[in-house]
Ligand binder design. Structure first.
Ligand SMILES: N[C@@H]1O[C@H](COP(=O)(O)O)[C@@H](O)[C@H]1O
Length: 194
């Protein structure tokens, strides 16, 4: 299977996916693309010999369709079977999402359906939750709402700051996303609970 990965920033999840797609893994990375030409993750992908592309969303002010049409060019040229959103911070239109229906995944730093959207760790702490975590789900037109493919839980510790909790969750994201992608690429969509 051919996998394209969309990122916006450092790309630590992207790296874990790429590093896992070796040997008997049923998939291979064919493209890493970003909405920010300065995303540090692009250089990391290039250093591993993976094709990259950047389409700056700032070149398309108030023009989502224009941005997505530009992003589709390198994406379709790479002929991906699966698309992984990994720290990709642009909301995609229903038209774009439905084009890749059933084969686009996202990782979200909360135990969905709790805390869709942003600031998930601060919200979990403010609510006094004992647990937090991350979710890999299929992407559907409704934000952070598609079928869950995997989840991992971490404790919320006394005195936790959102940054400390985010770091603890990110470490587990790096285990969860590769494990889920390996199953998904092999045709297994049963949820994985780590
Ligand atoms: N969507 C969220 O953005 C962060 C990105 O991290 P990275 O993969 O770019 O390091 C991760 O916590 C991910 O869940």
């Amino acid at each position: 299977k051919r996998v394209a990965i969309l990122i916006s920033g450092g790309g630590s999840n992207m790296l874990r996916l790429v590093e896992d797609m070796i040997g008997d893994h049923p998939a291979r990375p064919v493209l890493v693309a970003s909405n920010d030409p300065h995303a540090a993750g692009l250089e990391k992908a290039e250093a591993r010999g993976i094709a990259t592309a950047a389409v700056d969303h700032r070149d398309f002010p108030r023009d989502r369709a224009g941005f997505e049409a530009a992003l589709l060019r390198p994406l379709l040229a790479a002929k991906p079977d699966i698309i992984c959103l990994a720290g990709f911070m642009r909301i995609l239109t229903p038209e774009f999402v439905s084009r890749f229906s059933g084969r686009m995944l996202n990782i979200h730093p909360s135990l969905l359906p709790k805390y869709q959207g942003l600031d998930t760790h601060a919200r979990a702490i403010a609510a006094g939750d004992a647990e937090a975590g991350a979710t890999v789900h299929e992407v559907t037109p409704e934000l952070d709402s598609g079928p869950i493919l995997g989840q991992v839980r971490v404790p919320v510790l006394p005195g936790d700051t959102p940054q400390a909790l985010a770091a603890r969750v990110l470490e587990q994201e790096h285990r969860l996303y590769p494990a889920v992608l390996r199953r998904f690429a092999a045709g297994d969509r049963t949820p994985l609970m780590l």
